[in-house]
Design a protein around this ligand. Structure first.
Ligand code: HSE
Length: 437
């Protein structure tokens, strides 16, 4: 520092939650402290850490005097300027964020469930108190997609977003496909690597990705999409059998989130395992990596790729938010969700249109394909290709059909009718096929 360089500002931070990501924030703020000081003119220092158990052994050591079990201490301490919420859940975390906003302390959170379910209330409170909430770490881990949506694409209508935004599910599907291991084995591996949420149900049910999709949709279209308006299916219904057929047909299976406005301005938000053409760039996103493909009306297609989970990538996003929050402390800048009235309506899931993959187990006798084709045709659904492996000895056989565009409602009616056919031996399996257009 020269005689003319101003002394760095010391910014004291309260960190609530010391799990995988919280520990990463603590570790990496120390690791890159000099760089951050040079770039921002501030020293970002964790002044207090809220933990559940004071005596737990920790891989990232924290001085005992920083620990507390009561988040209210962070709010009450006037020297703490910014609150980081990484405790998860939607009840205590909600109380903590509300208390921080009322105390005029900027909040940084990685809590996608909290924002997806209670974002409307929290951003209203943020607006009322003129205090920002930052949430880069809530969507796609280390990928700066929130900043891109809020700043880089501010001049664009967002036409559509396709995202692989759950690292755990992408890891599971990749391992099943590449190593031929079972779903359960692949899930165990993902947990061992630290990708899964504490309760992996949130990941595998598709809801973790759906929460992120709700946030992206809300930022894109200016109204808080309600969780009940979102269509969600998990990866637990994906089998090695369907992966095999998908591969033969030139597809891979991904847990894909789709966000799109139609010509009436209605917004479709859904997350489900989908067939993706192997030739598409999203098919090459493997393991715990995430990718978000955004199409804006001015910018065209853009693709963001990176680690969507894990300690270091996610803490990188929290640290970025901390520097942004620090820059607002002189009261000059408000950042958060900006509501507007250009869209405002969700599209009913039954009206969403895609191609489909359908696998049946049928009696191997004449006329079966004709019966199935008739039930599909009656509902306006065309068949684009059929596979039926030849097995002259078996009494029943798989029948795999690729179907043309249809609304989900017509597809569900067709499936119910097909399932009731005498020649259909098992519950039909169907997946969406995305053309990514
Ligand atoms: N468990 C999430 C994932 C990371 O696997 O992508 C945090 O959302």
């Amino acid at each position: 520092m020269t005689a003319n360089t101003p002394a760095p500002r010391i910014i004291r931070i309260g960190l609530a939650g010391f799990g995988n990501v919280g520990a990463g924030v603590f570790k990496n703020l120390e690791k890159n402290a000099d760089l951050l000081k040079e770039r921002t003119g501030s020293v970002l220092t964790i002044a207090k850490v809220v933990v559940r158990d004071l005596d737990k052994a920790r891989e990232v050591p924290v001085p005992r005097e920083l620990l507390t079990t009561d988040w209210r201490e962070l709010i009450a301490d006037p020297s703490i300027a910014i609150i980081v919420e990484l405790i998860g859940g939607t009840t205590e975390a909600f109380d903590l964020v509300c208390a921080a906003l009322k105390a005029k302390k900027p909040v940084v959170t990685g809590n996608k469930a909290l924002l997806a379910e209670r974002g409307r209330e929290l951003f209203a409170l943020a607006e009322e108190n003129k205090v920002p909430i930052y949430f880069e770490a809530a969507v796609a881990g280390g990928i700066p997609i929130i900043m891109a949506m809020q700043e880089a694409f501010v001049g664009n209508h967002i036409e559509r977003i396709h995202g692989i935004i759950n690292g755990t599910c992408n890891y599971i599907l990749t391992r099943m496909e590449q190593a031929g291991i079972s779903y359960a084995e692949a899930l165990n591996e993902a947990q061992a690597q630290g990708y899964a949420e504490a309760d992996p149900t949130l990941d595998v049910s598709g809801w973790d990705a759906a929460h992120k999709a709700i946030i992206l949709a809300s930022l894109s279209y200016g109204f808080w999409v309600k969780p009940e308006d979102v269509y969600v299916e998990g990866v637990d219904r994906v089998t090695l059998t369907d992966m095999g057929f998908a591969a033969k047909l030139g597809y891979t299976i991904k847990l894909l989130s789709v966000i799109r406005a139609d010509e009436l301005g209605r917004v479709e938000v859904r997350t489900q395992p989908s067939l993706v053409p192997r030739s598409h760039v999203l098919a090459s996103v493997k393991g715990a990596f995430n990718a978000v493909l955004v199409k804006g009306d001015i910018v065209g297609e853009t693709l963001f790729y990176g680690k969507g989970a894990g300690q270091d990538p996610t803490s990188s996003s929290v640290i970025s938010d901390l520097t942004a929050a620090a820059a607002t402390l002189d009261g000059s800048r408000y950042s958060g969700f900006v509501p507007h009235g250009l869209y405002g309506q969700s599209k009913p899931a039954d009206e969403t249109v895609t191609h489909y993959y359908l696998r049946l187990n049928v009696a191997d006798k004449p006329g079966v394909l004709a019966q199935v084709a008739t039930l599909l045709g009656d509902r306006g659904i065309g068949i684009s290709s059929v596979i039926q492996p030849e097995d002259l000895t078996a009494e029943s056989t798989p029948l795999v059909l690729m179907l043309d565009d249809a609304p989900l409602k017509a597809m569900k009616l067709a499936i119910a009718a097909i399932a009731a056919l005498e020649c259909v031996r098992e519950e039909p399996v169907w997946l969406r096929v995305e053309t990514l257009e």
